[in-house]
Design a protein around this ligand. Structure first.
Ligand SMILES: Cc1cc2nc3c(=O)[nH]c(=O)nc-3n(C[C@H](O)[C@H](O)[C@H](O)COP(=O)(O)O)c2cc1C
Ligand code: SF4
Length: 437
């Protein structure tokens, strides 16, 4: 598929992390354009583009910005979610390491639109190189008058940007967990409402957006909403819940492929296209047994579902939770789904913050059952027990504060419906199933 990359257009350009080189390639032109418009006009362009959040939930970005109180006179904060802890996801890291000013330009335009005067980049702790690259870019932008007071000579636009290194847990990426952590506390998600746009960081109106979402804002301002809408998939007119999947997307491909990579493509490519055309095919000449469509919390596609379009609605049509982070993880046909599911459950048990009993106990219980099955002490009734636990935890059944529990439950639900025969066979053979590798 031929497609001109936009978010990754500067990838591999020598020294493009430096402001001077970024500007030579048209950088900060979009900011200048935005500053010739009013904040409300910028919000409208982003709304018109149909840009949906790239952090996992796919909420329309411009619409979120309109939730900020109109009559607010105190500070407004922009929190840039760069925690990126969903397994298999590394697109934010690539954007920040390889083109930090593109991200910073998107942040500055978005702060102007939302009237935020402080932006916090909440950065996954392990991302040391990102931290250094982004901090250098921030320093350069201050020195050039692109950050700080009176940006580009505008007496009414000031923005301070701070990098905040994360606390090293998956839950720090949940937007209210992130805010708690930013405030110096344990990253315990807050009960919503109030949503952050009304009461967020330091109890002030706050917008939380993902790094890739904000990088898209740069190009929407540069090239216009119609350009953005010409890429991707329009909404299905027969589905009122489909808001469309517009724009380019960074897809991460990892797991059992020959060429793990991050590629930029129009939203809506299929998992098969990603694996065959970009991931170099399944490794060792094997076939895919299952594919994670967008981070492990989204569940699994079976081999027969690989032609599912990876847009915001496609994965839900085959029982997955959603597109998530569009991080595709390939699992080959010689890998045991019992092992994969055990690993997934172990991850979520470890990452549950423990506030909600169904999540804390449910993730523990599912992990223990799977550990027992792997020890050869499983019973067929364990499978229904696992499903019952999975169906009872999360925002979907309404028993938890945040979506971590849904993310823990979905791989279980999908594995036990799409690969049930393998689990039954494993249990019948008392786990004396040997990995063939
Ligand atoms: C457990 C959990 C972890 C999350 N981790 C991240 C993350 O690492 N990065 C991210 O951008 N969003 C993450 N999210 C989603 C955020 O809560 C929020 O929806 C997102 O940052 C909003 O930005 P967007 O609208 O630009 O996508 C997570 C959500 C949950 C429930
Ligand atoms: S669902 Fe889990 S991670 Fe989220 S707040 Fe409740 S206990 Fe914490």
């Amino acid at each position: 598929m031929s497609f001109e990359p936009v978010l990754l257009r500067n990838r591999g350009v020598p020294d493009v992390q430096r402001l001077e080189v970024y500007q030579q390639r048209g950088g900060y032109r979009a900011l200048e354009k935005a500053l010739r418009m009013s904040p409300a006009e910028v919000v409208q362009v982003v709304k018109d583009s149909g840009l949906r959040g790239r952090g996992g939930a796919g909420f329309p970005c411009g619409v979120k910005w309109t939730f900020l109180p109109k009559d607010h006179s105190g500070p407004i904060y922009l929190c840039v979610n760069a925690d990126e802890s969903e397994p298999g996801t590394f697109n934010n890291r690539i954007l920040m390491e390889e083109d930090p000013h593109q991200v910073l330009e998107g942040i500055t335009i978005s702060a102007y639109a939302t009237r935020a005067t402080t932006a916090y980049i909440y950065l996954r702790y392990e991302y040391g190189r990102c931290y250094r690259t982004m901090q250098r870019a921030v320093d350069e932008a201050y020195a050039a008058g692109l950050l700080g007071r009176n940006i580009l000579g505008r007496s009414d636009f000031h923005l301070d940007v701070y990098l905040h290194r994360g606390a090293g847990a998956y839950i720090c990426g949940e937007e209210t967990g992130l805010i708690e952590s930013l405030e110096g506390k344990r990253a315990w998600p807050r009960i919503k409402p109030p949503f952050p746009a009304v009461e967020g960081a330091f109890r002030k109106p706050t917008i939380v957006n993902n790094v890739e979402t904000l990088a898209c804002v740069t190009h929407i301002l540069d090239r216009g909403a119609d350009w953005f809408k010409s890429i991707g998939v329009p909404p299905d007119p027969n589905n009122p819940r489909d808001l469309g999947s517009y724009g380019p997307k960074l897809y991460c491909i990892s797991g059992h492929v020959n060429n793990p990579c991050c590629v930029e493509l129009p939203l809506g490519v299929t998992a098969r296209q990603l694996i065959e055309e970009h991931g170099g095919g399944v490794w060792k000449g094997r076939k895919a047994k299952a594919v994670v469509p967008g981070g492990i919390s989204m569940g699994f596609l079976s081999e027969s579902e690989l032609d599912t379009p990876l847009d915001f609605i496609g994965p839900t049509k085959v029982g997955c939770l959603g597109l998530g982070t569009a991080a595709v993880i390939v699992i080959d046909d010689q890998t045991s789904m019992v092992d994969v599911l055990y690993n997934s459950c172990r991850f979520f048990r470890h990452e549950s913050c423990g506030q909600c009993t169904p999540c804390r106990e449910g993730t523990e219980w599912m992990t223990k059952i799977l550990a027992r099955i792997r020890r050869g002490q499983g019973e067929l009734s364990d499978l229904d027990q696992l499903l019952e636990i999975a169906n009872g935890i999360g925002i979907t059944p309404g028993t938890t504060i945040c979506g971590l529990a849904d993310g823990a439950a979905w791989p279980v639900k999908n594995a036990l419906t799409k690969f049930r025969a393998e689990f039954e066979e494993y249990i019948r053979h008392h786990g004396r199933h040997h990995d063939q590798r």
